[in-house]
Design a protein around this ligand. Sequence first.
Ligand code: MRU
Length: 350
Amino acid sequence: MKKVMEVLRPVRWESSELIILDQTRLPDATEFIKLDKVEDVWDAIFHLKVRGAPAIGIAAAYGLCVAMRNTDAKSSEEFLTEMRKNSEYLSGSRPTAVNLFWALKRMEKAAFASKDKTVEELKEILIREANTIRDEDESMCKAIGENALTLFHDGITVLTHCNAGGLATSIYGTALAPIYLAKEKGWNIKVFADETRPLLQGARLTAWELMQADVDVTLICDNMAASVMAKGLIDAVIVGCDRVAANGDTANKIGTYGLAVLAKAHNIPFYIAGPTSTIDIETPSGKEIPIEERNPEEITCGLGRRTAPLGVKTFNPAFDVTPNELITAIITEKGIIRQPYDVGIKKLFE
Ligand code: MRU
């Protein structure tokens, strides 16, 4: 299993180079690309070559290392000013996943705490912090998997949406971490994966990575979820998250909210899995979470050819917010939280 997982490691720092698995090429090609400039990192995040909240944070952290490795700064003050500019620039690549801002803030904090150091030392400090963010994400994913597994049993079938697997994190994933652990334990576990329109992260990425790990996965179109639930085929829904507000309202890939409504209607538990780096206690509720709207062409030409009339009006939000009352539990690396979420989340950060 570990070997399969290593292939899934989507963000790598090797010999001072940032290398990512280009997820826009999956499932046709497993292509790793080098990001030489900070603009390449911005572009990779914006175009979803690297995507998934935790992986975006890790890529941005290394993006700052890329930005600063050939700096002309002569003093630590110059270095910190230039770093802050690059951090601001990277933070404009996508608005919803809070891990992006969380990771950049952490990188800035580490550098500013060492402002007496030399420029060369500051470069090293940035790399060390980015490595720590990546390593911590790996341990968080493992712990989320272990915590989630306490809610599952041998023979369970779960439904998931988008991709919250190894491809979306440092390794292992969040919503898919318990699936890999169950598989390792020899459990008979089955997954239904929503294809996840418009960009098909479920079909292209989740189905692909689960198949790599030999997990029993069945692909469905998004509009089939209700029917599959009504047939009694789903025991639980588990998805990832891009930002959890202080009251538990959760932003995740567009379509997640609908799935939560369906789960409630069919009396199926609906779980959110995510590291505490995805919980944003500064955002009081889902109403304040900024929702990214993407290029209309994703829905009018999404499948490589025009699928809607030229000039048709479109609305293409990349995420939606699931109100906390529809969430059975939020599974983090520190434990499982249930209603009332504002209390549980506050405790988590104490
Ligand atoms: O637009 P994407 O592909 O970055 O959206 C990803 C998701 O919505 C994931 O479910 C979320 O980031 C959690 S990843 C562990």
